[in-house]
Ligand binder design. Structure first.
Ligand SMILES: [Fe+2]
Length: 199
């Protein structure tokens, strides 16, 4: 796949762009889990919906791992010399079009795991084997200092919720809605955010 020029993204084509990613890359396996990446993200959105979350949280759950694919699509600036972390890559592309609540949930979903492991011992016991493995690569549980900083985020509650929907979305043989069901919801959030902004 060639490099994508992210500067061509607008509030009118971002929803289609994200849908293309789901379609083209969503079948990839989620390493160590019994779901594909698309199934994982759709399941996460499903659990957010089931919990009667607002649309911003449902969409954050749906898009939380999109950076896995965006980083394969190209780099973001000429200064980039190496791969970015996937959560950062996702948030960077989304932040032009989505409110901070959504991008914070995307940006911090890995940090939220490290936070919960540090502050809620029972949480660690519920993690899948693959998630424990990646936790170690991601720096392990947060230090006390990191916890203090993390708790300052105004969207902490939503970040933690999306993390729980992320953890829940790893079920084999579960039927979910597809991306097209969520497309109008995503567009609504983009339109509200971009209202009056020329993007
Ligand atoms: Fe995830």
């Amino acid at each position: 796949m060639g490099e994508t020029d992210f500067s061509t993204l607008t509030s009118k084509n971002i929803v289609g762009f994200l849908g293309d990613i789901f379609e083209r890359c969503g079948g990839e396996e989620y390493l160590g889990e019994p779901v594909t990446m698309a199934e994982h993200m759709l399941q996460s959105a499903h659990f957010a919906e089931q919990a009667n979350e607002p649309e911003t949280v449902i969409v954050a759950a749906l898009l939380h791992d999109i950076g896995h694919f965006i980083s394969e699509f190209g780099t973001f600036s000429m200064e980039d010399v190496e791969d970015r972390f996937h959560e950062e890559a996702g948030a960077e592309v989304l932040e032009q079009f989505f409110p901070k609540l959504v991008t914070d949930c995307v940006r911090h979903h890995v940090a939220a795991k490290r936070y919960l492991c540090a502050t809620r011992p029972a949480y660690f016991d519920r993690l899948s084997d693959a998630s424990v493995h990646s936790l170690n690569l991601q720096g392990g549980p947060m230090s006390d200092e990191e916890v203090v900083v993390f708790e300052k985020n105004a969207n902490l509650r939503e970040i933690i919720k999306v993390r729980h929907y992320d953890d829940a979305g790893k079920r084999a043989d579960m039927t979910t809605r597809d991306y097209s069901f969520y497309a109008p919801m995503i567009q609504r959030i983009v339109d509200v955010h971009c209202k009056g902004i020329a993007v």
